[in-house]
Write a protein that binds this ligand. Sequence first.
Ligand SMILES: CCCCCCCCCCCCCCCCCCCCCCCC(=O)SCCNC(=O)CCNC(=O)[C@H](O)C(C)(C)COP(=O)(O)OP(=O)(O)OC[C@H]1O[C@@H](n2cnc3c(N)ncnc32)[C@H](O)[C@@H]1OP(=O)(O)O
Ligand SMILES: NC(=O)C1=CN([C@@H]2O[C@H](COP(=O)(O)OP(=O)(O)OC[C@H]3O[C@@H](n4cnc5c(N)ncnc54)[C@H](OP(=O)(O)O)[C@@H]3O)[C@@H](O)[C@H]2O)C=CC1
Length: 515
Amino acid sequence: MSMIAAFYGGKSILITGATGFLGKVLMEKLFRTSPDLKVIYILVRPKAGQTLQQRVFQILNSKLFEKVKEVCPNVHEKIRAIYADLSQNDFAISKEDMQELLSCTNIIFHCAATVRFDDTLRHAVQLNVTATRQLLLMASQMPKLEAVIHISTAYSNCNLKHIDEVIYPCPVEPKKIIDSLEWLDDAIIEEIAPKLIRDWPNIYTYTKALGEMVVQQESRSLTIAIIRPSIVGATWQEPFPGWVDNINGPNGLIIAAGKGFLRALKAAPKAVADLIPVDTVVNLMLAVGWYTAVHRPKSTLVYHSTSGNLNPCNWHKMGVQVLATFEKIPLERAFRRPYANFTSNNFTSQYWNAVSHQAPAIIYDCYLRLTGRKPRMTKVMNQILRTASMLEYFLNRSWEWSTYNTEMLMSELSPEDQRVFNFDVRQLNWLEYIENYVLGVKKYLLKEDMAGIPEAKQHLKRLRNIHYLFNTALFLIVWRLLIARSQMARNVWFFIVSFCYKFLSYFRASSTLKV
Ligand SMILES: CCCCCCCCCCCCCCCCCCCCCCCC(=O)SCCNC(=O)CCNC(=O)[C@H](O)C(C)(C)COP(=O)(O)OP(=O)(O)OC[C@H]1O[C@@H](n2cnc3c(N)ncnc32)[C@H](O)[C@@H]1OP(=O)(O)O
Ligand SMILES: NC(=O)C1=CN([C@@H]2O[C@H](COP(=O)(O)OP(=O)(O)OC[C@H]3O[C@@H](n4cnc5c(N)ncnc54)[C@H](OP(=O)(O)O)[C@@H]3O)[C@@H](O)[C@H]2O)C=CC1
């Protein structure tokens, strides 16, 4: 019997960010392994014209939740969506709902955040710092509360090279920033933002670091733990391999590479690609929730959910495997044949951007214009290049994250719990994982049919022929122009032709002699 699964039985669990990538996988696992849990409260806002109920309905009826319905048929009754906007005072939760949350909650998983790298400082602070503070104030009024699990990121201290499982102080007090945002206007905030974030690469990682400081300062009587995942990728094993449903981080790059838009990336080929499967993160979260509530550690423990120090993989190896998978299972209607060129050199990277990205986009847009259609490829390409440049910082560096607490926790689990809540990333086979990942991107994200694979392969063959034809034509044109204008080019040309002629004559003569 799993102790962790039993622990969540009969519990009332509050999850923020339950409609997000991590939140959905967390809910799925909770319902599947502890179907006798009492209730999961989720704080949700209406979005994209959908009510709360419609959003929940959509999640529960998705492929991800297919197995849950078998073990927990009344899952609809066990999920209670509460209207909330985390950027508002008191989260805009009604008095009755707030009362219920305060009196019933046993465990909190705080996943909600803005993960955009380019968010405004005001919004990112509201979500990643102020909301965390407010949630902890709520938590301190919950008599039945046993543990709070705060989800941060392994990159919250990416200004350091070696990162321990401790909370590092930030140069400016979070409280001071929260207070100043109240009276400063937006223009001034955006002006001071670069000075505030100093050596953090973006507002996201900076505000996540502030969020951790808030956890440390507001913990008081609470039992809290922090989990820091690195780059969260598709599921490894559960509920099935390769599940993924958003375009963030690796996913967008995999699509852009598979469609042949992105063929070169400014990335250090040997740098560690610290991906961590989402189900591994969720298993650690549930184990940490159990451990924190049962053992009540005296201080706030930090757990790294990273792969680099236990089972490292680098960008080159990952790129090769992504390409190998696209050979077998190509994406439909590719723009060009997939290719991956990783370089950390500035000049080479700019060269590849011009030749491999911008030039084909411009040529294609000319073709669209000539055929009376609206040009769009340059815009798409610029968007992809903007995204790639935002990720560059993370693709050209390696970090060392220590994992003492995570390994300690692993050793505390019973063999059954180690199996059911496996977060031992040493068992991960990267080649198999990446193959399932790419397949998952095709199936669950792009919703492409496997029956279309032969046609997709045919399309790639056509693209290869067009590529050869184009290169040959280009070579001939350039050469013709060169010969017309330069005596030296003409001399070289005559030298090559006469050399080939002599070689062929010699070859013919020697083969005639043999006969
Ligand atoms: C050589 C060729 C490549 C070969 C590939 C081989 C594969 C190699 C293996 C896999 C590669 C893995 C690389 C991973 C690198 C990831 C590093 C991540 C670092 C993590 C740091 C911390 C991790 C975290 O804690 S959390 C979460 C991370 N957060 C994010 O990922 C959010 C990042 N996104 C943003 O901040 C924004 O989307 C931004 C700024 C990039 C763009 O904003 P903008 O307002 O301009 O656009 P959007 O409205 O958001 O989107 C417009 C458009 O672009 C599409 N899009 C969005 N994100 C991506 C993306 N990552 N890649 C590609 N496309 C993306 C989006 O869908 C929109 O499309 P529409 O068609 O217009 O709807
Ligand atoms: N994905 C990754 O690679 C990594 C993620 N993390 C951390 O994990 C956590 C979850 O990330 P992930 O699931 O990927 O992110 P998502 O963007 O998929 O999910 C974010 C969640 O936060 C919710 N949210 C955002 N703003 C508000 C708001 N104003 N009110 C209510 N809810 C809101 C979103 O709700 P809605 O659906 O309404 O937008 C969504 O449920 C975050 O804390 C992130 O920092 C850490 C490392 C890596």
